[in-house]
Write a protein that binds this ligand. Structure first.
Ligand SMILES: [Fe+2]
Length: 367
């Protein structure tokens, strides 16, 4: 690793219970009317939507709500959210909820900034900017609050893909209270998304001194939670810790990008409906064996508290609960699509062959 790099992260991060209300004054700088982009239910149940509204009202900011974002927002849904609000005088967007509403907010923000360009057209363009985005995550996993990425579902390509613009949120409010009421399975698959970000960013061709410092801290925090995941119970302090690890994962991939588990895992979420964090974990069995820098791999294992790759894999196998059956034909098609999209493979330090990709899919099968 050469100490010759840049590190750019233009998001103000505000962490802690009640942080939205306590630090609402930052919203004032962003304009007079907000569009709140969120999901159908959870932000209403966990109190986060009430907090956003209270914070906006406190600052005399008017707002509209678009609450139609589901787990895998499509290009069409992003277009719809813009169309319904384009004449509302929106000056900034609050992405509130799991990763999806935050990712969707970033893409919708691009359409507000570049009027006349459709979501489909923007998906195939580069270097478009967004109106300001405020991220309020209510899960610990995607790290979207500190990344420029916006992952959307494309039914034409039959997979999930980055919208492709650089939309770092201006503000990220991290309040662990919103996660206290989440069910354990959702906490777990989001936690494995965060874990994948930390690992894929650490074992990444773009890793540098700064990203490694953050990744090592995030991995250590994750390692301390191993037993809690086995017990299927996290205390409020542990949820707080997981949220920090998740944001660190986001900070790392905001610089490095993700690697093979994300590249290969998206299609498993699209075609097989495996939650994103479990889909990336599924690819780990084949992925870790391909990483050739033994010294860095053992440093990572020791930070996590595992004696070997086999021990880490046994742990993942024990707690990551999914079922996946793939036919030879499906593996062949997924592998071919991956090879046709080489850009997704370049963050792994070594060249990846057809057989290696097929082997990672084969090893992800779990009956
Ligand atoms: Fe992810």
């Amino acid at each position: 690793m050469e100490n010759d790099f840049q590190f750019y992260l233009p998001t103000r991060l505000i962490q802690g219970p009640n942080c939205l209300i306590k630090h609402s004054h930052y919203l004032k700088r962003l304009g007079k009317k907000a569009l709140i982009v969120t999901g159908v239910n959870s932000s209403k149940l966990n109190g986060s939507l009430d907090d956003v509204i209270t914070a906006l009202e406190k600052e005399n900011i008017r707002y509209k709500i678009f609450d139609g974002i589901d787990d895998n927002p499509t290009i069409e849904l992003i277009q719809q959210a813009f169309n319904e609000n384009e004449r509302e005088g929106i000056s900034f967007i609050v992405g509130l909820g799991k990763g999806s509403p935050i990712d969707a907010a970033k893409a919708i923000g691009v359409l507000f900034r570049h009027r006349g360009i459709s979501a489909r057209e923007a998906f195939n363009m580069k270097n478009l900017r967004s109106i300001p985005i405020v991220a309020v995550p209510t899960t610990a996993g995607t790290g979207s609050e500190v990344t420029p990425y916006s992952i959307v579902t494309d039914h034409q390509l039959r997979t999930k893909k980055d919208f492709g613009q650089e939309s770092f949120p201006k503000l990220a409010y991290l309040d662990p209270r919103y996660i206290y009421t989440a069910d354990f399975n959702s906490i777990l698959h989001n936690a494995f998304d965060a874990f994948s970000h930390l690992v894929e960013g650490y074992l990444n061709v773009n890793a540098n001194l700064m990203t490694d410092i953050i990744a090592e801290k995030g991995l250590a925090l994750f390692g301390e939670l191993k037993e809690a995941f086995i017990r299927k119970s996290l205390s409020p302090d542990q949820i707080d810790q997981l949220l920090m690890a998740s944001t660190m994962g986001g900070m790392v991939i905001s610089q490095t990008g993700t690697s093979l588990p994300h590249a290969l895992g998206y299609v498993l979420t699209y075609e097989k409906k495996i939650p994103h964090g479990f889909a990336t974990a599924a690819i780990f069995k084949g992925y870790l064996g391909l990483y050739s820098d033994e010294a860095k791999l053992s440093r990572m294992l020791s930070i996590l508290g595992f004696a070997s790759t086999a021990e880490l894999m046994a742990y993942i196998d024990r707690i990551v609960d999914y079922r996946l059956d793939l036919t030879e034909d499906e593996i062949r098609v997924y592998t071919r699509n991956m090879l046709n999209n080489q850009g997704k493979l370049t963050n792994h330090p070594d060249r990846v062959s057809r057989n290696q990709i097929a082997d990672m899919y084969q090893k992800a099968v779990k009956k």
